[in-house]
Design a protein around this ligand. Structure first.
Ligand code: BG6
Length: 501
């Protein structure tokens, strides 16, 4: 299949950090159709050769094995082209159309890697100059809008020119191998299904912790904040993958219907829960891995009095038969103690203890998203070391009113997908780009899902805008404001890093 991919925002951060390296990886893996053209679009005047040189130079900053060797990059670069375009000028879209018409291709993918406020105008121009044929697909980056209303406006504008089956709303977390494995774990195995419910699960934690700050993205982040950047999309999509019912088949709409039901079952916010169950924070100066780093308000492009949150922790519930009453804790932050994205499923303790177990711990299934990609199952076992065998005589526990067996030790069954499948696997953007070219919508977000997610987030945004919700600071290199521990403790739980198992 031949394709043309038009990359709006072609010289921007996202283009050269994520999208072009992913296309290059697909080229390396020989999965990128050979006769395709990738056309970078941005305001600057530049020739194809200059664009290739610029991208070649930028890709040299990629670490490790993904950095291209010049010979292979030069070969890949033959598929790169450039078209200058002022996104508000109709004649520039006509010139883009002419460039596209120089070549015949089965499919044209329009990738909008620009600020979301430009999406409406780009779609209108594409429609006006006839670049919205049935062979066109449009890929939209997140966050799609600033709130429910702007999300609806953008979706309405895009749908004015493209049908839903042509619209690919990206949430790159859905493309991560670890998230594919979460679907495989749940729907490709029967083992966990009977346990995947309120009777056996006591709580669920989703943590997306990053050590990086906002880097050069100050102006973007000031408009966005952690709630819109990570919770409204990535964290909620992970929650859906955990909480959804098995879809009737693997078709895009069957999967998206189930995710939508979860989003619509999220516990609505009340005045009380908005204060009690959400903690927002902002990083101050501190040490990350021993290296001093600036506070958020000292970062370039950030207002020194900024109230933008770089950390959010919250508790919610999924109000349906499977999950009623099980707390789902969601947490994300920049400049945290560790780079760690994980989902922890905490199982209930045994109904009647006959052994002693370490304080506060029970069985856990941990799904590691990054930096490690794997899973571990935390169980209890008897070590049988001479010192432990010495304790085998039943002890009397007054509090439990009966004899308890020996103290069990926590043990982990670890699955490391990098070891099992190798590290040269298809990355999130690579996977999603290939899916968009091939027209597979399974891992993209439908507009009603997105709207449901925005509707749930909206009361928080409103409260932060108009209310007096506190914004706590936390030193860089920590796990966020101490209030986040208080919040989870008041519901009778602890964050995973505080459990001694
Ligand atoms: C992006 C956010 O969507 O995801 C960034 O805009 C964040 O702020 C990034 O750093 C995290 O993605 P990953 O794949 O590095 O976990």
């Amino acid at each position: 299949m031949s394709f043309q991919l038009v990359l709006f925002g072609g010289t921007g951060d996202l283009a050269w950090r994520k999208i072009l390296p992913a296309l290059f990886q697909a080229y390396r893996h020989q999965t990128l159709p050979k006769n395709g053209r990738i056309i970078g679009v941005a305001r600057d005047k530049m020739s194809d050769a200059e664009f290739r040189a610029l991208i070649g130079e930028r890709l040299q900053t990629i670490d490790g094995e993904k950095r291209p060797q010049s010979a292979e990059f030069n070969e890949f670069a033959q598929q790169l082209f450039y078209q200058p375009c002022d996104l508000n000028r109709s004649s520039d879209y006509a010139a883009l159309k002419q460039k596209l018409n120089e070549h015949t291709a089965d499919i044209c993918v329009m990738y909008l890697a620009t600020a979301p406020h430009l999406f409406t105008s780009i779609c209108e121009h594409l429609g006006a100059c006839g670049l919205n044929t049935k062979n066109t697909r449009i890929v939209l980056e997140k966050p799609l809008g600033q709130n429910l209303q702007t999300n609806r406006e953008i979706n309405a504008a895009v749908k004015g020119h493209f049908s839903e089956w042509q619209i690919f709303r990206i949430d790159h977390y859905l493309g991560k191998p670890s998230v594919q494995n979460l679907f495989a774990l749940r729907f490709g195995n029967s083992l966990f299904e009977p346990l995947w419910r309120r009777d056996t699960v006591s709580s669920i934690q989703i943590t997306l912790a990053e050590q990086i700050g906002i880097s050069t993205r100050g102006p973007f982040y000031e408009q966005t904040g952690a709630l819109r950047d990570m919770i409204q999309n990535h964290a909620l999509q992970l929650l859906c993958a955990i909480a959804m019912e098995p879809p009737i088949n693997a078709h895009a709409d069957a999967i998206r219907d189930e995710k939508l039901k979860v989003l619509r079952s999220l516990k609505p916010w009340s005045t009380q829960t908005l204060r009690r169950d959400i903690v927002r924070g902002q990083y101050s100066a501190g040490l990350v891995e021993g290296v001093p780093v600036k506070g958020y308000t000292e970062e370039a492009g950030v207002d020194s009095r900024s109230k933008t949150e770089t950390f959010v922790a919250l508790k919610t519930e999924v109000n349906n038969w499977r999950w009623a009453g099980v707390p789902f804790y969601l947490r994300t932050g920049k400049r945290m103690a560790e780079q760690d994205a994980r989902i922890v499923i905490n199982f209930r303790p045994t109904p009647h203890p006959i052994f002693q177990t370490p304080n506060g711990s029970a069985n856990q299934l941990v799904i590691h998203l990054q930096p490690k990609d794997g899973m571990s199952l935390h169980l209890f076992a008897q070590g049988q070391a001479p010192s432990q065998v010495g304790q085998l005589t039943p002890t009397h526990s007054k509090s439990l009113g009966g004899p308890l067996g020996p103290l069990l030790s926590p043990v982990h069954l670890d699955l490391d997908f990098d070891k099992r499948f190798g590290t040269d696997r298809v990355g999130a953007y690579e996977r999603l780009l290939l899916d968009a070219i091939a027209g597979r919508l399974n891992l993209f977000v439908r507009s009603d899902e997105q709207e449901a997610a925005w509707s749930w987030v909206e009361p928080i945004l409103q409260d932060w805008l108009t209310g007096d919700a506190p914004l706590y600071t936390y030193p860089s290199g920590t796990w966020g404001p101490s209030q986040s521990k208080v919040m989870i403790a008041s519901a009778g739980h602890q964050w995973d890093e505080d459990l001694e198992i």
